[in-house]
Design a protein around this ligand. Structure first.
Ligand SMILES: [Ca+2]
Ligand SMILES: [Ca+2]
Ligand SMILES: [Ca+2]
Length: 394
């Protein structure tokens, strides 16, 4: 009796399984699936079409419709692509349709840009992949430089222009600048490899471009440039003006700064360091002016500094600003666009004040470091620091 009951139970169980399997017959009330593909193409010099393929998983005897619309990711509407929306109609038995999106061509160097085409509101179908990503690759070499922004004069009453580089030539002047190289972290656990290649520091259109790139080179994942005037152009005192557009992004660290010309003999920070401008890329509206000093080889350096903020809607990457110091015996003042934001005198500095001596210039973009942190997936490369001029008046 007991045995028989178990058999009946098993029999019901297996029957149940069979019924479930039988419900999966093709075409029994299931809709075909819509999916859209991705498109990756070069931008080109003139407008072109990015053709997104939309597929139906099987032909339908009914009319299938689906709405679509473009959306910005990093590419901008009308500047990089022409926004479009509408309804796609698949006639019976049709399984493939194309959405053509117009992409704007230009001659300006840009980062890779993305937009998407999004499917919604299907009828007689379901959506299996709703988003087609359009990736616009860029083949242009010419940087678009907005000439807007603050500028300062070529002369001041009572002062003489003793040295300037307006970067009007075709190559960096080797009588003034050295391309310092290395990928040893520079004391800050930085990630970039500074190279002597043109592509990391070049002149174009009257500007010096320092370019940090994401690429494998000499064991590093990033390259950049560090230009110094050491043993070529050193100055004690004066008004120094540097007009520049700065890079931005997590882990990007541009700097316009000076070290004491006795750096090789007395070491750092004993030689003194004057940071005319530093920016840490995740705070693109803030620059820092800082001085460092102290005994040679101290891991703790003595320093003091202040920061200057733009309104939060503006960034130092948007247009030119002028970063200045007015440097005299026993005093240094820091300015952005002629607005003073920090000053240093010997009573703030002990045990000794190293700033009444000759210093040389350094222009660089570091990538990563203890202070700025490291690039992440929000950081766009390449990043440029565009320097219009550097001028020394005494
Ligand atoms: Ca574009
Ligand atoms: Ca372009
Ligand atoms: Ca210039």
């Amino acid at each position: 009796m007991r045995y028989l009951l178990i058999l009946i139970g098993l029999s019901f169980f297996s029957f149940g399984c069979g019924e479930n399997g039988g419900g999966n017959e093709p075409g029994a009330g299931t809709n075909p699936k819509l999916s859209i593909g991705h498109v990756t193409l070069f931008e080109g010099q003139t407008n072109s079409n990015f053709n997104f393929q939309v597929n139906l998983s099987e032909s339908s005897e009914e009319l299938v419709t689906v709405d679509f619309a473009t959306m910005e990711i990093s590419a901008g509407e009308n500047t990089d692509f022409i926004p479009q929306s509408g309804t796609l109609i698949f006639d019976p038995e049709v399984t493939n349709q194309t959405i053509s999106i117009e992409v704007v061509g230009d001659e300006w160097k840009e980062n890779e840009e993305e937009f998407k085409v999004v499917l919604s509101n299907p009828t007689n179908a379901t959506i299996s992949n709703a988003e087609g990503i359009g990736t616009i690759r860029d083949e242009d070499t010419q940087l678009f430089i907005d000439e807007d922004g603050y500028s300062t004069p070529l002369s001041y009453p009572g002062m003489t222009l003793v040295w300037n580089d307006e970067f009007n030539g075709t190559t960096l002047d080797p009588a003034c600048w050295t391309r310092e190289q290395g990928n040893h972290g520079w004391g800050n656990n930085e990630w970039q490899n500074y190279t002597d290649r043109e592509e990391n520091a070049y002149l174009t259109d009257g500007k010096l471009i320092i370019e940090a790139k994401e690429e494998n080179f000499g064991g590093s994942n990033y390259t950049s440039a560090r230009l110094i005037t050491k043993d070529k152009k050193s100055f004690a005192f004066g008004r120094i003006d540097v007009r520049a557009i700065l890079p931005e992004g997590q882990g990007v660290w541009p700097a316009i700064w000076m070290l004491g010309s006795n750096f090789s003999t007395v070491g750092w920070p004993a030689c003194g360091e004057i940071d005319i401008m530093e920016l840490i890329g995740h705070q693109p509206s803030t620059v820092h002016g800082t001085a460092h000093w102290g005994p040679q080889g101290q891991t703790f350096s003595f320093n003091e500094g202040e920061h200057y903020d733009l309104p939060s809607s503006e960034k130092f990457s948007d247009k030119y600003h002028v970063f200045s110091i007015i440097w005299e015996n026993d005093k240094i003042e820091w300015y952005v666009n002629d607005n003073k934001f920090f000053s240093l005198t010997p009573n703030q500095v002990s045990p000794s004040y190293p700033f009444n001596a000759e210093f040389f210039f350094i222009l660089n973009i570091a990538v990563g470091g203890n202070w700025p942190g490291y690039p992440d997936n929000t950081t766009q490369f390449p990043q440029q620091m565009i320097v219009d001029y550097i001028r020394v008046f005494q």
